[in-house]
Write a protein that binds this ligand. Structure first.
Ligand code: DMJ
Length: 488
């Protein structure tokens, strides 16, 4: 494996700070006593995990590489050419629809293979795609998942290899997804489209489904000179943002044909809206689109005015009615929201980003890996399962790149070690049924995003690979490097 003695030192980059400060003081002022309780008085503190027994960067990188290859061999030995591997039963799983494969784990792994120097495996994956990936199957697929996983994966593979056939394949696939956007009277895409017939379905869409596409479609327009993809993506954002409340807040689910809110609750940064906000900031930086950045700042300021709460001395985000700002319920908080620590920081609000990371670090201090959902008052696991999630490591990478604080490496390594000790099986890695019990009740799936995200974030943290631009590289919500893969 590739090792480097001269490791890049991350620092705040100009691009990373594009979205200048976001109403941090407003949030603190609205919540008397919150500042010190959330640690906002101590923004430079390390994350609140006990320093892990973390080895040297070279050793940690070698361990991550070994574990990636362990999972990859499980996939190639038992599920090659299928979407996902079931590493316990040694069978395969179709992600999009039974009986239809897109070789999802191959597509998801392409740029990770490149970053790890696994060039033979990368070429093998590209050969499979050239020979087998059919983007015109007679099947209805979820548009959101197809874009972040397949379109994004193929784009990152093209950027890694320069193979024109991969770009051709992305274009074919994207053209088959376009009816979800162009057939919608509002511009908000239907949730599903049949790749062969163009038939659309699914009129009730979550915000993440509606708009987590501008990075992939914008880049595709840049690379092909065909503006249709970027146009439909920005039209979808315009359609949603124009329906914000007088408080500047958005609901969570909307009707594609009427444009009416189905659920008016602002649940940010939890699903099902999470990456809606991520793509405003990241899309703005990747595509140089000031409108996306402006919407990010405006909408984030509204979230920070109405949703932060101090619970048990930690920063959480309560759900509120987007029209009135009144709190709604006492929902469990989703691990998926932990990515927001990195997004807030990238968008210019380092203080709250670090505080929110400490919140999730406190949760991780209680379990080997993060459970799916937790009670913010007690940190008790509500959904005790683990779907091998990558969001906390994603935030650790973002915050380390911004601050250079090695406490974020400690935090990420702790998650890596907890997963290795509990979710590693003979043929790879598996999701778990209960993180609170010994052995964690192994399930039987390596989600394809594990190849795209979990191991990539850890690798980038520890390897110092010269194949990545640590200053300016930009990753999608699915961990695809859409800018910043280096060659030579
Ligand atoms: C990934 O598919 C993406 O990160 C998505 O945005 C939400 N999270 C899953 C993995 O947990």
């Amino acid at each position: 494996m590739r090792q480097n003695s001269a490791r890049p030192r991350p620092a705040l980059s100009r691009r990373a700070l594009l979205g200048t400060a976001v109403a941090g003081t407003a949030a603190a002022a609205l919540l008397p006593g919150t500042a010190s309780a959330t640690g906002m008085d101590h923004p430079s503190e390390h994350p609140a995990v006990h320093p892990a027994d973390r080895p040297s960067d070279d050793t940690a990188a070698a361990e991550v590489h070994t574990e990636f290859l362990h999972g990859w061999r499980g996939y190639t030995d038992h599920a090659w050419g299928y979407d996902e591997v079931c590493p316990v039963s040694r069978r395969h799983h179709d992600f999009f629809a039974p009986g239809h494969t897109f070789g999802l784990s191959i597509v998801e792994a392409l740029d990770t293979l490149y970053l790890m120097g696994e060039d033979d495996e990368l070429a093998r994956g590209c050969d499979w795609i050239d020979a087998n990936l059919d983007p015109v199957q007679n099947v209805s697929v979820e548009v959101f998942e197809s874009i972040i996983r397949l379109v994004g994966g193929l784009l990152a593979g093209y950027l890694a290899t320069g193979r024109p056939s991969l770009l051709d394949r992305v274009g074919e696939l994207a053209d088959r997804l376009l009816p979800a956007f162009t057939k919608s009277p509002t511009g908000i895409p239907y949730s599903h489209v049949n790749l062969r017939t163009g038939a659309v379905s699914g009129t009730m869409v979550a915000l993440a489904q509606a708009c987590t596409n501008v990075m992939e479609f914008g880049l595709l327009s840049d690379l092909t000179g065909d503006g249709r993809y970027y146009d439909v993506a920005t039209r979808a954002y315009q359609a949603v943002v124009s329906r914000r409340s007088s408080l500047g807040l958005l609901g969570s689910t909307i009707h594609t044909e009427t444009g009416r809110w189905i659920d008016v609750t602002s649940v940010a940064p939890n699903p099902p809206v999470d990456s809606f906000y991520e793509y405003l900031w990241s899309g703005s930086v990747l595509l140089g689109d000031p409108q996306l950045g402006s919407w990010y700042r405006e909408l984030t300021a509204a979230i920070m005015r109405h949703q932060p709460v101090s619970v048990g001395g930690r920063l959480w985000f309560r759900s509120v009615d987007s029209a009135t700002g009144r709190p709604v319920g006492a929902a469990a908080q989703s691990e998926l929201g932990s990515f927001y620590a990195g997004l807030l920081a990238k968008g210019g609000d380092l203080t709250h980003g670090q505080a929110y990371f400490r919140t999730w670090s406190d949760v991780l201090a209680r379990y080997p890996v993060l459970p799916e959902t937790v009670d913010p008052a007690t940190l008790a696991a509500v959904d005790k399962g683990s779907q091998l999630r990558p969001e906390y490591a994603n935030a650790a990478l973002d915050l380390w790149r911004l601050t250079g604080d090695d406490g974020y490496k400690d935090a990420a390594y702790r998650l890596f070690a907890g997963s290795r000790a509990n979710q590693r099986v003979a043929e790879g890695y598996t999701v778990s049924g209960d993180v609170t019990v010994r052995g964690m009740l192994p399930g039987d799936l390596t989600p394809a995003y594990w190849f795209a995200e979990n191991m990539k974030y850890q690798w980038l943290l520890f390897s110092g690979t010269p194949r990545f631009d640590y200053q300016n590289g930009i990753l999608s919500t699915e961990g695809k490097v859409l800018s910043g893969l280096l060659h030579g």
